[in-house]
Design a protein around this ligand. Structure first.
Ligand SMILES: NC(=O)c1ccc[n+]([C@@H]2O[C@H](COP(=O)([O-])OP(=O)(O)OC[C@H]3O[C@@H](n4cnc5c(N)ncnc54)[C@H](OP(=O)(O)O)[C@@H]3O)[C@@H](O)[C@H]2O)c1
Length: 221
């Protein structure tokens, strides 16, 4: 039986992917920070984690010491103050956005990498909006910058932490998905995104790092 650890699975894409992997026979440990009745109903093993709390991440790593996950997915993220720009955002709002979307995922990854088996993979839920090379518009500039920062930090993570370990690294774009974050007008539903992401995760083979969308298409950095 394959096993996964998914951080940020109370709702949205994390919840959908938890259900999808369990339906494919995976054993999933899924984290939430507040009450998550839908997640509990999936049959996942549950753990409480706040990504912004180092002690919480350390406790997760300690509780799973000795585990050998096939995949760890760091999915949690926030939209942040989308209607403001670099010109008028507050320091506090920017700190929160960058901490949750860029710094916390790398801190988590560094703690959890030892829990991934050789031949397994780690995924970061970034976004197509985090592509610098593919950017030709100004939509959601602060959120996009936070995901670009995450993409950059994952490159450092590969160089400094993964090194020669046979662990694949996936920077994932889930599509524009109808969730609390994506909104009602988004392109696809959670099930479609989760199905595609599960295919991408099941196909991941080390070595190397890839920036892929839910259909497996490569995105420009
Ligand atoms: N939806 C889209 O179209 C889209 C597109 C590109 C990328 N993404 C990315 O995909 C990921 C999931 O997005 P979504 O659409 O499913 O969003 P969502 O419905 O808003 O869910 C966000 C999830 O992240 C968790 N989370 C946020 N901050 C956290 C923290 N500090 N500690 C622990 N958990 C935290 C939330 O937990 P709580 O329930 O406790 O708040 C929730 O489970 C995000 O990284 C997002 O940036 C989404």
């Amino acid at each position: 039986m394959k096993s996964a650890l998914i951080l940020g699975a109370s709702r949205g894409i994390g919840l959908g992917l938890t259900s999808e992997l369990i339906s494919r026979g995976w054993q999933v440990t899924a984290t939430h920070r507040s009450a998550a009745p839908e997640l509990a109903a999936t049959g996942a093993r549950l753990a409480v984690v706040d990504m912004e709390d180092d002690a919480s991440l350390a406790a997760l790593a300690a509780a799973n010491a000795g585990s050998s996950f096939d995949h760890v997915l760091i999915n949690a993220g926030i939209a942040g103050p989308r209607t403001v720009t670099a010109s008028n955002v507050t320091r506090e709002a920017m700190e929160q956005l960058f901490w949750t979307n860029a710094i916390a995922p790398i801190r988590a990854a560094r703690l959890l990498l030892p829990l991934i088996r050789d031949g397994g993979s780690i995924g970061f839920m970034t976004s197509q909006l985090g592509s610098v090379g593919g950017r030709s518009h100004g939509y959601a500039e602060l959120y996009s910058a936070s995901k670009a920062a995450l993409n950059s930090l994952t490159r450092s993570f590969v160089a400094l932490d993964v090194g020669q370990r046979p662990v694949a690294v996936l920077n994932l774009h889930p599509g524009w998905v109808r969730t609390a974050m994506g909104g009602d007008n988004a392109d696809i539903d959670v099930a479609t995104s989760a199905h595609g992401l599960a295919n991408v995760i099941e196909s991941a083979r080390p070595p190397g790092q890839r920036y892929l969308d839910y259909s497996g298409a490569t995105l420009p950095w």
